[in-house]
Design a protein around this ligand. Structure first.
Ligand SMILES: C[S@@+](CC[C@H](N)C(=O)[O-])C[C@H]1O[C@@H](n2cnc3c(N)ncnc32)[C@H](O)[C@@H]1O
Length: 178
């Protein structure tokens, strides 16, 4: 099984377990997660990415799911404030933040990732209703990159006394129930 197969299997398993119908997705890129969410006909999806994500748009079009997809292009930092509290029953965090210079320097990136992710985890948690699901991607990340995602997820859990479930794979996902 490839890392991509594991990623999709985990996401699908989370959907089948928690049965969300209104999802907010942060980070679209080529639209792998976008397509998976929208392959469930009862799901309405809102997505944010700083890029146009043409590949993802093409996937949604071929699924004929445009009427269930609201895609906003912009910075998560600005757009998160525009969403209504208690509307989504699941939020999927999968943004790969660049470092302060716009690059991906490993050390600088890990610090920037950490502060951005911790900020976003807190905001996303506040947006969700009670029993809402927060999924943070790359909790395991065996390649050693994106270590900020793991630390932000763990620190949030410890500071707030919140348990979470890990869906293991090479990337790995952490799932909180509010
Ligand atoms: C790992 S990819 C998302 C992959 C996607 N979930 C999938 O399954 O195909 C991360 C995305 O985060 C986006 N991104 C980076 N910084 C961002 C920001 N500040 N606001 C919104 N999106 C951002 C990147 O453009 C990239 O497409």
């Amino acid at each position: 099984m490839t890392a991509m197969d594991e990623y999709k299997r985990n996401l699908n398993s989370i959907l089948l377990t928690y049965k969300p119908t209104r999802i907010l997705e942060l980070g679209v890129e080529e639209g792998i997660s976008t397509e998976l969410f929208l392959s469930h006909p009862n799901i309405k999806l809102s997505s944010v990415d700083i890029l146009e994500c043409k590949g993802a748009k093409a996937r949604v079009k071929s699924l004929k799911a445009d009427n269930r997809w609201d895609f906003k292009v912009g910075d998560v930092d600005k757009l998160l404030a525009t969403y209504e509290k208690d509307y989504f029953d699941m939020i999927f965090m999968d943004v790969t933040y660049y470092d302060a210079t716009g690059g991906m320097d490993e050390k600088g990136s890990a610090i920037h990732e950490y502060t951005s992710w911790l900020r976003d985890i807190k905001r996303c948690f506040a947006l969700l209703p009670n029993r809402g699901i927060l999924v943070t991607n790359d909790y395991i990340r065996q390649t050693g990159t994106r270590s900020g995602h793991r630390k932000a997820t763990s620190d949030f859990a410890i500071e707030n006394g919140r348990p979470f479930t890990v869906y293991p794979s090479r990337g790995g996902m952490a799932v909180f129930v509010k």
